[in-house]
Write a protein that binds this ligand. Structure first.
Ligand SMILES: Cc1cc2ncn([C@H]3O[C@H](COP(=O)(O)O)[C@@H](O)[C@H]3O)c2cc1C
Ligand SMILES: O=C(O)c1cccnc1
Length: 356
């Protein structure tokens, strides 16, 4: 098995020669300079990340949905019963969730990974059991995970990324399922960015005003109890263990694993954004391999993306998770790369260039 340490050591930043070649190539394509807006930056980033220009078209895509439960659920931060995590795993495996519909739309495969569901799941095609624990402890009373559990979940994510790439995936999309995980996401975002709980905590699956007030208080307690109110005082791995979920750790590992293989990773919503903060704390160059698929309606997501310096491709007020927003961005990322292969240059097409 490839360890966290080996994975981090293998991650390289964007290759400057490939970046320069991609920019130069874009200048020669039969379109006004800059006319593809953000997609031009995506193509340049893909080239740098792959260390080759033009960059490979990142297809096919594979979605991994990491499922886990949360001790903080006991604090009444989600209107949904914890069993929904497990029930939704069944729904993903039966092909009945939104993520399945979107995956079919973009031709992505779906792998469900149990990293911490609070029940034993029956073996099923499409399900990988990489269970680290039966859910986390309550982050508002102490550390949600031990350091060892966080590392084991990171390594479960790394192994998943490697397996999917081995099976042929050329783009990885992050997905999550874990009732109460927007609370852990908010706590991670506050701890990594120094923002107040009220700024990063949202309504998740749709909590009422009273529950939102309690949720903010629970996030604040989690930060205080775990000594995370002072930004920069605690190493990233310890922050992840203190207030993260097993799926957050696994997603962070999945991102690191993809980056270590130079396979681009499309990030989904607020859970992925908070996991990316942890991944970037462990290996800052990992961000060169990430594309922010979308911006979720959850307020902490914008905070996380701003801190990471990532620009989301799609903004549709989605607030679902599962990988849905990441999947929708996949055709855009492929289109950005395809331009670099298929569009003619001014020379090859005999198109006159701008006069001044
Ligand atoms: C039926 C259902 C399907 C979902 N699919 C994703 N989530 C999303 O909602 C949960 C987080 O929200 P909160 O923190 O408010 O519990 C996560 O499981 C996330 O994946 C779902 C939630 C539900 C109820
Ligand atoms: O941003 C997300 O991914 C999200 C938002 C609300 C609930 N679940 C997930």
């Amino acid at each position: 098995m490839i360890t966290l340490e080996q994975t981090i050591a293998a991650i390289r930043p964007c290759d400057p020669e490939a970046v320069a070649a991609a920019r130069a190539h874009q200048e020669r394509l039969t379109k006004p300079r800059g006319s593809l807006g953000v997609l031009e930056e995506v193509a340049v980033r893909l080239a740098g990340a792959a260390a080759v220009s033009p960059p490979p078209v990142p297809a096919p895509a594979a979605l991994a949905i990491f499922a886990a439960d949360h001790g903080v659920h006991a604090r009444g931060v989600s209107p949904w019963p914890q069993e929904v995590t497990q029930q939704m795993v069944g729904n993903f495996l039966a092909g009945g969730a939104v993520a399945n519909a979107f995956a079919n739309q973009v031709g992505a495969t779906v792998r469900v990974v149990d990293v911490g569901v609070a029940a034993d799941l029956p073996a099923a095609p499409g399900l990988a059991i990489r269970k680290v624990a039966y859910g986390t402890a309550d982050l508002s009373r102490g550390p949600a995970m031990t350091r060892e559990q966080a590392v084991a979940a990171l390594e479960a994510g790394i192994a998943t990324a490697r397996e999917l790439v081995e099976e042929g995936a050329r783009c990885l999309v992050t997905g999550d399922m874990g009732i109460a995980n927007t609370t852990a996401s908010a706590a991670l975002i506050c701890a990594f960015t120094g923002r107040d709980a009220a700024e990063a905590t949202g309504r998740g699956t749709g909590v009422d005003d009273e529950t939102l007030t309690r949720k903010i208080e629970v996030v604040r307690e989690g930060l205080r109890v775990n000594g995370l109110l002072r930004e920069g005082a605690v190493p990233g791995l310890d922050i992840l263990a203190a207030v993260g979920g097993l799926e957050h750790a696994a997603i962070a590992g999945f991102i690191l694993g993809g980056a270590s293989l130079r396979v681009p990773v499309i990030l989904d919503g607020v859970i992925a954004g908070s996991a990316a903060l942890a991944a970037a704390a462990l290996a800052p160059d990992v961000l060169d391999h990430c594309v922010a698929g979308h911006r979720s309606a959850e307020p902490g997501h914008a905070v996380a993306l701003a801190h990471l310096g990532l620009r989301p491709l799609v903004e549709l007020e989605l607030r679902l998770g599962e990988g849905t927003g990441g999947l929708l961005a996949h055709p855009l990322v492929c289109a950005a790369a395809r331009v670099m292969h298929e569009v003619a240059t001014f020379d090859s097409a005999g198109v006159a260039e701008k006069e001044s």
